[in-house]
Write a protein that binds this ligand. Structure first.
Ligand SMILES: *Cc1c(COP(=O)(O)O)cnc(C)c1O
Length: 786
């Protein structure tokens, strides 16, 4: 193995020579991967031995998504050999950056929820806490987005063949998952599915701890099939379980598949957890904590009950006591459409024994409520099974010992509105854990230039204790730091331009304001408000010859769910407006639009560091936390946003004067929703600019008349603008003017930017994980002795 650049070069050269001395970068990349893998494996085994010896409590983080991003660069960083390898490769005539680009990004997640899971794994390992991920090894992750003629196209992507360097198939740990079957009184006619784990090392910063991300793959079982089942059909259905993330669930077959995935992942993970316990299952809560990331893994609750009752032979009370002291639950959203509900019939068919247990959990809970003389409507709200529907969020609260929201505002809304009744029933369960991001990927790896500047100014202790970024406070008014920060920002902007220009865009002004809006496309995230505002700027530049604003480049990026027509039309609208503006010789000197195709972690790593303005403009009360907002802040961008999710806490940290906050507050939004007093058409009628803008939008003029915008029309008119785009439009536009004013005062802007970096430490996921560990999981650090 190697610990210096010379050793590294020698080792790589030796191995390349064994490989016929071929020099192609692809081969060198593979050889490098194998070398690093060997180094990781040593530490991985040592960590496992330490965990076994200490019998330390282990945390398992159950999540249907893990948006881990590319691994090579991050793993080299974690092992502390990034610089050695980069320089060594350079001297051998290779480029580490090219190698990193060869790695396909594992798209095993959609967005925030999956990225949070990845940041948490990084922090657990860095803090030397025994915590592991459990998920599914989807053959293809989320689709790759291509924009054709302005429209989103969805290309299936398979990432697996390229990542063998980071995975170990563990045939020895395979388990069997029972589906279908009939209860009388034992389950017969089961369709077994074999679950094979692939383990990925999660390397803690500086190497000492290597935890595990265990992703399950579904395979055909060797056990006999029920007589009525066709083998071909069974083979296809089995492969489908670990084929795609979020299969289309508009048909029943898609719903069954999603439920299968959830049960598959939970059952497999639980079986292995129980099998590998160091002592009696009766001590389960002292040995294991299980965190379920939203309700997708909530079926773990009845499944753990099943295993304890049927396999371990415990009685109900004992099993329930152990289950509800082991599992805790994170809620991620209050959007009604995202609250998972399953048809009872579906559960009863696919997992009959599990459904029977859910019924019994529900029966006992209802009996308890009846004893308390609970009111009819409260009773209904707290029912797990209601009218043939199983409400997974209620099951998750009843069956876990802690329930958390992901930002203070979100947790308050859960307690006071969304889960008011459950909160009253179980006040001790509810707590808040504001999300975080790993500063190792989002600052140190993504922005080495800024990292160096910070190191030169305040030393390196903040890397271990990110809260110490606070020390930058004393540089807020320091002219040479301000200058240096500007240089860093310019470098990152230039790098981003070079990156997007490869994709055919050549008009970006490197000295323009980089105003960036990257996240999933959704009504509540209000990309529509942003593009309508840009259109209004275009109009003004055209009409008013005295309006010649400071140049701005508006970046967009994000995918729309394949079946979400409204969001897809917004993407098209942005691209049409972009085309018009970018071709207009007058307007493009002032505003320019770039749509970055296929937004993912790798693009994010280039975009967050280059941003001046962070667009966080969701309808107040709708964004549970957001984590993009934190990545921007940590890289010195200033938030232009509403008081929603973690924006509220960002503003508390930096002060109102260091952010641009506009729009209705969550209380106001919730009042308008409750009393149904909002009339979008009145807002339009009272505002000439909006009237003209929407009239042209609806006539199809903004989209060249060529495009159908019926879903946008429906949303704004028939559905009465449910996300208050029109209502907030004026204050959004006014705040943009303030942003311009501030940017044109370079000193003021630098102060704001530095203040944002200085206050970002609290949003490191190290803080979040430490809080979970102290208050929920009760883990102890297992230090490496080496
Ligand atoms: C951070 C991140 C997100 C979450 O962004 P929000 O602005 O919080 O919605 C989504 N996708 C990717 C690739 C990310 O890195």
């Amino acid at each position: 193995m190697f610990y210096s650049k010379e050793e590294f070069k020698e080792e790589l050269t030796k191995r390349l020579a064994q490989d016929d001395g071929k020099k192609e970068p692809r081969i060198a990349y593979a050889v490098l991967g194998a070398m690093v893998k060997e180094m990781v494996e040593e530490e991985w085994i040592r960590t496992k031995e330490r965990y076994e010896k200490s019998e330390a409590k282990q945390l398992y983080y159950f999540s249907i998504e893990f948006l881990i991003g590319r691994l090579l660069g991050q793993n080299l960083h974690s092992m502390g050999i990034f610089t050695i390898v980069r320089e060594g490769l350079e001297e051998l005539g290779y480029s580490l950056e090219d190698f990193e680009e060869m790695e396909p990004e594992p798209g095993l997640g959609n967005g925030g929820l999956g990225r949070l899971a990845a940041c948490f794994l990084d922090s657990l390992a860095a803090l030397q806490l025994p915590g592991h991920g459990c998920g599914i090894r989807y053959k293809g992750g989320l689709f790759t987005q291509q924009i054709e003629n302005g429209f989103q196209m969805e290309i299936p992507t398979d990432w697996i063949k390229e990542t063998e360097n980071w995975e170990v198939r563990r045939e020895d740990l395979a388990v069997e998952i029972p589906f279908y079957g009939r209860l009388h009184p034992h389950l017969t006619d089961i369709e077994w599915v074999k679950a094979v784990p692939y383990d990925m090392p999660i390397i803690g910063a500086s190497g000492g701890t290597v935890n595990t991300l265990r992703l399950w793959q579904a395979e055909v079982s060797e056990r006999p099939l029920p007589a009525h089942k066709d083998f071909e059909e069974y083979t296809v259905e089995t492969a489908a379980i670990s084929d795609r993330l979020y299969p289309n669930d508009s048909l029943v077959s898609g719903k069954i598949l999603r439920l299968k995935q959830q049960y598959f992942m939970c059952s497999a993970s639980l079986q292995i957890i129980l099998k590998t316990l160091p002592s009696s299952v009766r001590q389960l809560p002292d040995q294991v904590a299980i965190q379920i990331n939203d309700t997708h893994p909530a079926i773990a609750i009845p499944e753990l009950m099943r295993l304890l009752l049927d396999e371990e032979g415990l009685d109900w009370d004992e099993a329930w006591n152990l289950t509800t002291r082991t599992i805790s639950y994170t809620n991620h959203t209050i959007l009604g459409e995202a609250m998972e509900k399953w048809d009872s019939h579906l559960l009863a068919t696919l997992v009959p024994r599990v459904y029977e247990i859910i019924q019994e959990i529900d029966r006992r809970f209802k009996a308890q409520l009846q004893e308390q003389h609970c009111k009819e409507e409260v009773f209904k709200k707290m029912s797990i099974i209601d009218n043939g529907i199983v409400k997974m969020a209620v099951l998750a609260v009843v069956g876990s010992y802690k329930v958390n929201g992901v930002a203070q505002l979100h947790t308050d809304i859960l307690k006071n509105r969304e889960m008011k009744e459950l909160y009253k029933q179980f006040p001790e369960k509810f707590h808040n854990k504001t999300n975080g991001i790993t500063h190792r990927r989002w600052l140190i790896k993504a922005n080495p230039e800024l990292t160096n500047l910070i190191k030169e100014s305040i030393g390196e202790e903040w890397i271990k204790k990110p809260i110490l970024l606070n020390d930058l406070d004393k540089f807020v008014g320091n002219p040479s730091f301000q200058e240096a920060l500007k240089t860093v920002k310019q470098t990152k902007k230039n790098q981003l331009i070079a990156h997007v220009e490869k994709a055919g865009d050549s008009l970006i002004d490197p000295h323009s304001i980089f105003d960036i809006h990257i996240k999933r496309f959704h009504g509540y995230k209000r990309q529509l408000m942003n593009i309508l505002h840009i259109q209004s700027l275009y109009d003004r530049i055209k009409e008013d010859s005295t309006y010649r604003p400071y140049p701005r480049t508006f970046f967009f990026g994000g995918k729309a769910a394949p079946g979400y027509e409204f969001a897809k039309q917004v993407i098209k609208l942005i691209n049409v407006v972009a085309d018009k503006i970018n071709k207009d010789p007058l307007v493009r000197k002032h505003i320019h639009i770039v749509f970055v195709e296929n937004y993912n972690v790798s693009h994010g790593e280039r975009m967050f560091p280059a941003a001046d303005v962070s667009e966080q403009i969701s309808t107040a009360s709708k964004e549970a936390s957001g984590t993009g907002n934190m990545k921007f802040m940590m890289n010195g961008a200033v938030t232009l946003g509403t008081l929603d999710g973690a924006n509220v806490e960002i503003v508390e940290q930096v002060g109102k004067e260091n952010a641009f906050i506009f729009g209705l507050h969550s209380q106001q939004i919730m009042q308008l929703e409750k009393h149904k007093t909002y009339r979008a058409q009145e807002v339009i009628a009272q505002n000439q600019e909006l009237e003209s803008l929407t009239a042209r939008l609806f006539r199809g003029e903004l989209s060249n008349g060529s495009e159908n915008i019926s879903f946008i029309h429906k949303q704004l008119v028939d559905l009465n603008d449910p996300y208050f785009v029109l209502k907030d439009f004026n204050s959004y536009a006014a705040m943009h003017e303030k942003v311009l004013g501030a940017y044109e005062d370079p000193q003021l802007w630098s102060r704001m930017s530095i203040k944002n970096i200085a206050e970002s430490g609290v949003f490191s996921s190290d803080r979040t994980i430490q809080q979970y560990s102290d208050e929920v999981w009760h883990l102890e650090k297992i230090l490496s002795t080496s």
